[in-house]
Design a protein. Structure first.
Length: 294
């Protein structure tokens, strides 16, 4: 077992037994220490936040980076405690959820749904909430999602086990045909697929304007909708004091393959709108994928 896997495993086993206020204070302190030390991830976060708030002064940006790192630390603190949390409690603590009804209605009519999300808030908690919503609406309480394969493999397997314990079907981004079959099977059965979609990891994405720049977003969400007839929505999750929230965009039309670029542009616009409203919860410590003409 690697040191990284040992650390994550210990956190999943032990943090659930630590009083929540103490754990939260410890993770906040860790976030503040990371900000003071700087480093590549912190600098990338700062650049990404500057992209959204170009007029911010340096002190304003400093405060935003601090808040964003604390938000990211909250994600990890919750991740280590999440398997032990009661599903009904998680559902009840979602104080603000807007726009999900259209997606639920589509699935009740037998149509699959693709939710495309950025790295914001706590998407794992949102997944637990949505599965509970599916159950309460008489729908199969399950969904499929794609994850990036981590290294070493043992650490990747630990994260897969974690998300499977939450009720998610997990496929790896680099699994090719297996991933494609799992996603299309779920959608053609009228089920739910959730995809993190603010970085193009496969290198096959589409250039879109994004906060005054050009980046490349993955074409996968729109392509799956075009292929299977599924309904496509953007969804942005965020934190609330003592709870969580989410906003789901109106359905984005993808009638055929030719509509994929326009649908991906609409995803980018929805991400812009909702991330700007909850910028401190955008956990983008990686480089956004640059557009091909840059």
């Amino acid at each position: 077992m690697t040191l990284a896997e040992l650390g994550y495993t210990a956190a999943w086993r032990l943090l659930r037994h630590v009083p929540a206020p103490l754990a939260e204070a410890g993770f906040r302190a860790g976030a503040d220490l990371a900000r003071m030390r700087g480093g590549a991830g912190v600098e990338r976060l700062r650049r990404n936040l500057r992209r959204v708030r170009p007029a911010a002064t340096e002190p304003e940006l400093d405060r935003l980076v601090r808040t964003a790192l604390r938000s990211y630390a909250r994600y990890w603190e919750e991740a280590f405690r999440l398997p032990a949390l009661d599903r009904a409690t998680i559902h009840a603590r979602h104080e603000t959820v807007a726009g999900l009804d259209a997606a639920l209605a589509a699935m009740q009519q037998g149509r699959g749904v693709v939710l495309a999300l950025p790295h914001a808030g706590n998407w794992d908690v949102a997944g637990v909430y949505v599965i509970e919503e599916l159950r309460r609406h008489g729908l199969p309480a399950e969904m499929t999602t794609v994850v990036e394969r981590l290294r070493p493999e043992s650490l990747y397997r630990r994260f897969v086990e974690y998300r499977e314990s939450l009720g998610f079907e997990i496929v790896a981004q680099d699994d090719g045909r297996r991933a494609h079959l799992a996603l299309t099977r779920r959608l053609r059965a009228g089920g739910l697929v959730c995809l993190i979609a603010d970085r193009d990891l496969a290198g096959t994405g589409i250039d879109v304007p994004f906060f005054g720049d050009t980046i490349r977003l993955p074409s996968g969400p729109a392509s799956l909708a075009a292929l299977t007839g599924a309904q496509l929505h953007a969804a942005v999750t965020f934190f609330r004091p003592g709870g969580w929230g989410a906003t789901v965009s109106p359905a984005i039309a993808v009638p055929d393959r030719a509509a994929v670029p326009k649908a991906t542009l609409e995803l980018a616009r929805a991400f812009e709108e909702h991330l700007a409203a909850h910028l401190e919860d955008w956990h983008m410590l990686q480089e956004l994928t640059p557009g091909s003409h840059r």
